[in-house]
Ligand binder design. Sequence first.
Ligand SMILES: Cc1cc2nc3c(=O)[nH]c(=O)nc-3n(C[C@H](O)[C@H](O)[C@H](O)COP(=O)(O)OP(=O)(O)OC[C@H]3O[C@@H](n4cnc5c(N)ncnc54)[C@H](O)[C@@H]3O)c2cc1C
Length: 558
Amino acid sequence: MAEATDAARTVLLTVDDDPAVSRAVARDLRRRYGDRYRVVRAESGASALEALRELKLRGAPVAVILADYRMPQMNGIEFLEEALDLYPGARRVLLTAYADTNAAIDAINVVDLDHYLLKPWEPPEEKLYPVVDDLLESWRAGDGRTVDTTKVVGHRWSARSSQIREFLARNQVPYRWYSSEEPEGRRLLAAAGQTGLRLPLVVTPGGTALVEPTERDLAAHVGLSTTPAADFYDLVIVGGGPAGLGAAVYGASEGLRTVLVEREATGGQAGQSSRIENYLGFPDGVSGAQLTERARRQATRFGAELLTACKVTGLEVNGAARTLRFADGSAVSAQAVILATGVSYRQLDVPGTAELTGRGVYYGSALTEVAACQGQDVYIVGGANSAGQAAMFLARTARRVTLLVRAPQLAASMSYYLLQRVQESPAITVRTDTVVEAAHGKDHLEGLTLRNRATGRTETVDAQWMYVFIGAAPLTDWLEGTVLRDSHGFVLTGPDLSADGGPPAGWVLDRPPYHLETSVPGVFAAGDVRAESAKRVASAVGEGAMAVMLAHRYLEQS
Ligand SMILES: Cc1cc2nc3c(=O)[nH]c(=O)nc-3n(C[C@H](O)[C@H](O)[C@H](O)COP(=O)(O)OP(=O)(O)OC[C@H]3O[C@@H](n4cnc5c(N)ncnc54)[C@H](O)[C@@H]3O)c2cc1C
């Protein structure tokens, strides 16, 4: 039976069916290498393979494998051949009790043997250690190490693989990506007992293999909270964009028991921006990921609880309590609520795009797939700042970026500073008056039909990558019947709640609604989800802070 292993240290593995010999080999190895290496011992090929699979999933490096030749069921060469599939970089040593030239020749041919050792090897200082020292040195030089991080094995054109990568990246969980077709990807699949039909496979640093995980499952395994620690809070914030994070920092720092609930990943739209240049205090710009990471740290430092992969689907008023229902049926209540759900990307509604989303057609974030776009032609649909920023970002690595703009010119929709950069970039071509009529492709995007709105001419172009930035809409249907919204679904607050600026019909309190208060007392809205909001990072953060101040005022009076 293989001994328990610890992923932290590089492993030397030895397998021999004779328990006394197996123990003696392990003892000799430990005496010399035990302070720096973990020596794992097994007494059959099968249990050694089991140990190797577990080590593989845990990301533990294996430097040297010493296998006895004459073992029943599976001999040393057969074992080393299978071990090679899991750890091709490990150095391989065959042990025999007497000179067995045929075995040595076989082993050299079949498993590319590094060394052949005769037992017993007294004294080990002369016969064993010099060999293992050399093998360790060559293993280190060959960098046989694997990285102790989350690993994702998927298919380049699988929409689900793409969503999982996006989820990890936006939650700032470091991961390594392996195609299911590359050797290391195949090795990880084999270690998890998978054929590759069900992808992606996610292997956590602790060695747990998750096949086609949900975001919630994954979140829980990579250390992100998904359920509230308590049933009742002073303040629940829905949405983890700049407005929600701003509210979490101010709420928690001002002593409110605060929980923030985010359906995907904190950062919101801003988290997907490659460079925000107009946020106060960052003269050289700041990436959305950096800003999010700092805001997260700041909010948790003040004691706010942040939940991820937790979608809110309903709001109920139960006397003084405001109860939020989650997609899984569970709920959390609070005295006050801040709605900070922002807006979501509008989908491009033309034939082919729905089927190809995640397989060459992407919305919003250009970050996770950017490496794959290196040296490729990329199309970006949209003419606003988000499209311009993505074009600038992708132009760093793509061969050519074509911006498809519906309007006759860009100036109307893009900030002047960005427009100038786009126009000056040699890698970017702007095609105005142009719309996408259809996307084509079987497993992934292969072409686009474009139409010139001025001339009516259509043409089909080869395309593997298309990023769509055609505006956004608030997803607030779940508030229907509880909170008043405008005709586009934006949440009405304060003076916007009625035509004359007074309280809305059914308002029960003596005072009028506060500036960011909705038609339900104690429920506030901040950021892009609010009707008439400025749609900027700074204003969203500011409204988050202001909503907390108004929530305090509400709590003092209730
Ligand atoms: C690519 C891009 C670049 C931009 N660049 C700039 C810039 O340079 N400068 C600038 O000022 N502005 C910029 N903006 C605009 C800016 O990012 C937004 O105005 C800002 O993010 C709005 O913040 P918010 O918190 O109100 O909403 P959002 O950022 O939209 O965040 C809302 C969050 O709520 C979550 N959510 C939604 N529904 C639910 C639910 N039911 N349950 C739980 N959670 C939910 C979402 O997942 C999301 O994380 C950019 C936007 C984009 C898309």
